[in-house]
Design a protein around this ligand. Sequence first.
Ligand code: CDP
Length: 244
Amino acid sequence: MGGRDATMVLLDENGVRCDGRKIDETRRIMIRAGGLKNADGSAYIEFGDNKILVGVFGPRDVHPKHMSNTDTGILRVRYHMEPFSVGERKNPAPSRREIEISKVIKEALEPAVMLEKFPRTAVDVFIEVLQADGGTRCAALTAASVALADAGIPMRDMVAAVASGKVADTIILDVNNEEDQAGQADMPIGYMPSLNKITLLQLDGVLTPDEYKKCVDVGVKGCKIVYELQKKALKDKYFGNGGD
Ligand code: CDP
């Protein structure tokens, strides 16, 4: 954040963004349920130039055993970026950022998963970012929800996610990498449409109270678009021609 590239035109006089989108338009989103033979559930997402694969395993025994809970199941999430997923090679060792994003996604998924239905066990969610272009936590959270549903894990709802933000003093939907770097604010949102519940809300940047409200509204509307694509991915696998 903070205008690192002051020369970039993020929004032109016709309201067109640096990648040709309108202010309330998402990038192209493609979600596929299934695909990994050895996982209990899986999903692949392309969210603009983000490409992310998610594998879900469980419910299964917890090792080490002392981490298990007799009253409820536990959710474990690992968000991992491939060294080749970004322009400048990423060190393969887990970074502070990956640890933070793993925690944020876990906490965003927990209200959706009926953990109480499988005490003493764990559900593991492995997220592999193959290509990153801004908004990977939202794309990963979206795909993880589909992968959990694909694994047959009992859920209250799926979490759909997208970031809203602010560039050139304008609130926009679905912040890409350039807009994240050179824009004024980035607000990743995770939302369960059937329950009307937000499970992830972060903000990087400064907004007025009115802008804050608008960002939440725009983000929630975007999540509803994403949610339809999540459901379509599952329908295509289980009732259509898609899937494995
Ligand atoms: O990906 P997300 O927007 O959820 O998280 P971020 O920490 O705001 O990162 C924004 C973007 O910066 C990522 O999506 C990547 O495209 C890029 N990035 C990078 O180029 N190199 C890294 N080591 C980490 C992130």
